[in-house]
Unconditional design. Structure first.
Length: 363
């Protein structure tokens, strides 16, 4: 019995000694394993504007620092850098380095493995901004008016050649390009012209914006009104000129215009929009007779009656001038009255014809 107890005690003592020896060996092996981590965890530096600091984006072996192009970048920086545990970095965190591409950082892990990171500043392009329309506040088709808009960072893509300007008619979304006056456009102001009026284009509220490379601006809204008749009419003639005209006759004024066709003219200039047709009758002086009754206004021809009630006192005079008072839509709020001084006929070579157009009493 005693021998059995001695045997078990001996086995227990030997087991304990072996366990201690095994633990000692394992601990030694663990203490000699070096960690292989050589990564940059965080890279930050002083910011710009209202930003106290900015953090880089670590992408692979590249340290991307995004900098706003509106702010002047520093030549040198002292970034704060967090790295993996037990690793070291050169240059050290807080050390001054050049803020330029190819500045290199070397991270060494505890086990001696090395990884290099390259600094890459990325200068964001400034977003172009439209501030205000300075002139005119109302734009007009065929009006020969330039639209001037003040803005910022309009040359962010390098110059005027990179600017594209667009307009959208808001009521139906129709879009078209706006010609840019290159000679009058700067980095803070653009000068625009309207294209020639076509059947696809129309008056109404339009939204204007520009694209500089792949950067779109904000937008501004402007009302583009219908053509002004005095801007598109180059001359007016009396179809019956050259012979006597009689009280009670229906006469025709023919408007020569610059629009592409009479369909466009009819679209904007209608009988129901005429407020007054004044005729200038010359005998010894020019006397304006108002409200010659209008029969029709179509295909750039205005037919009116030389009524006895209005023109009895003008017998012996000739028709020298027409002034058309016309109501047209100025903006989204409504209409305004606008008069055009369309002369019949004024060129010297036709004056003699006009003088033969005497208002007479029919025999």
């Amino acid at each position: 019995m005693t021998n059995y107890k001695d045997f078990m005690l001996t086995r227990f003592v030997i087991g304990c000694l072996l366990s201690c020896l095994l633990l000692a060996c394992t601990k030694t092996e663990q203490e000699t394993i070096k960690r292989p981590y050589n990564t940059i965890e965080r890279f930050s530096m002083p910011g710009y504007g209202d930003l106290d600091s900015i953090s880089a984006v670590i992408k692979g072996d590249t340290i991307l620092v995004y900098w706003n192009a509106e702010s002047t970048p520093p030549e040198r920086i002292k970034p704060l850098i967090d790295i993996a545990p037990a690793a070291s970095i050169t240059p050290a965190s807080g050390a001054e380095v050049a803020f330029k591409p190819n500045t290199t950082y070397t991270v060494t892990a505890e086990d001696g493995t090395v990884r290099q990171y390259i600094l890459k500043p990325v200068f964001n392009k400034a977003i172009p901004r439209l501030l205000e329309i300075t002139a005119p506040f109302q734009w007009t088709w065929e009006g020969n008016f330039d639209l001037t808009i003040n803005g910022l960072y309009l040359f962010t893509n390098g110059g005027v050649s990179g600017i594209k300007v667009y307009a959208q008619r808001l009521r139906d979304g129709y879009e078209f390009n706006l010609p840019l006056n290159n000679n009058l456009t700067t980095s803070t102001q653009i000068n625009l012209k309207l294209p020639r009026l076509t059947a696809d284009l129309d008056s109404g509220l339009h939204r204007i914006w520009l694209q500089v490379g792949d950067l779109p601006s904000n937008y501004l809204d402007v009302w583009i009104s219908q053509p002004w008749i005095d801007r598109i009419v180059t001359s007016v003639r009396l179809k019956e000129a050259g012979g006597p005209v009689y009280l009670g006759d229906t006469l025709t004024l023919v408007y020569n215009h610059t629009l592409a066709n009479n369909e466009l003219f009819n679209k904007y200039f209608k009988k129901e929009n005429i407020l007054l047709n004044n005729l200038g009758c010359y005998k010894t002086f020019n006397q304006y007779i108002g409200d010659a009754p209008i029969v029709s206004f179509n295909n750039a021809e205005l037919k009116f009656v030389l009524s006895a009630a209005k023109f009895q006192g003008q017998l012996g005079a000739y028709i020298a001038q027409s002034i058309l008072y016309y109501n047209y839509q100025s903006d989204a709020k409504g209409t305004i009255q606008y008069s055009t001084n369309a002369t019949v006929p004024m060129p010297a070579e036709t004056l003699e014809i006009a003088r033969k157009t005497i208002i007479s009493q029919r025999p």
